[in-house]
Design a protein around this ligand. Structure first.
Ligand SMILES: [Zn+2]
Length: 158
């Protein structure tokens, strides 16, 4: 049996926070606002995997109200999500994600993001797609006020 899932996430850009996307730290003077490390790419991937399994979303497993997840490394969240899938006898097959960000330049970091997500999901890097696009200057993302991510994931129950 194979199943597909979709995830979306957006976080507001703020000063004086580290920027982490796909498990990779960017050298910027801005970051994303959130309870955890606010890694919107990894959060979208988590929701795609959970959605494929018909499970509740990331907010159910890692609520903002829980101090345990304050500034948490989202790779840990992704590892927990994959463990939850395995507990339901599902395994990830592949993941494809798109980051929507006006800044910073994403492309040079894509290899590192694929490697980090692959490690956390227990997949080979060639089973992870990461693409990046800008928002062409339009709207909140285009004005550099937020970064968003979309992801789809295929899972199987052998
Ligand atoms: Zn998020």
């Amino acid at each position: 049996m194979i199943r597909i899932g979709h995830g979306y996430d957006i976080h507001r850009i703020v000063a004086a926070r580290p920027l982490v996307l796909g498990g990779v730290r960017f050298e910027t003077d801005f970051g994303l606002l959130g309870h955890s490390d606010a890694d919107c790419l990894t959060h979208a991937v988590c929701d795609a995997l959970l959605g494929a399994a018909g499970l509740p979303d990331i907010g159910h497993y890692f609520p903002d109200s829980d101090p345990a997840w304050k500034d948490a490394d989202s790779q840990l969240l992704l590892q927990r999500v994959v463990a939850e899938l395995r507990a339901h006898h599902f395994s990830p097959v592949n993941i494809d994600a798109t980051l929507v960000a006006e800044k910073p330049r994403i492309k040079p970091m894509i290899g590192a993001m694929k490697a980090a997500l692959a490690r956390s999901a227990g997949l080979s890097p060639d089973a992870i797609g990461v693409k990046a696009t800008t928002h062409e200057g339009v709207g909140e993302i285009g004005r550099g006020e937020a970064i968003a991510a979309y992801a789809v994931a295929l899972i199987e129950r052998p």
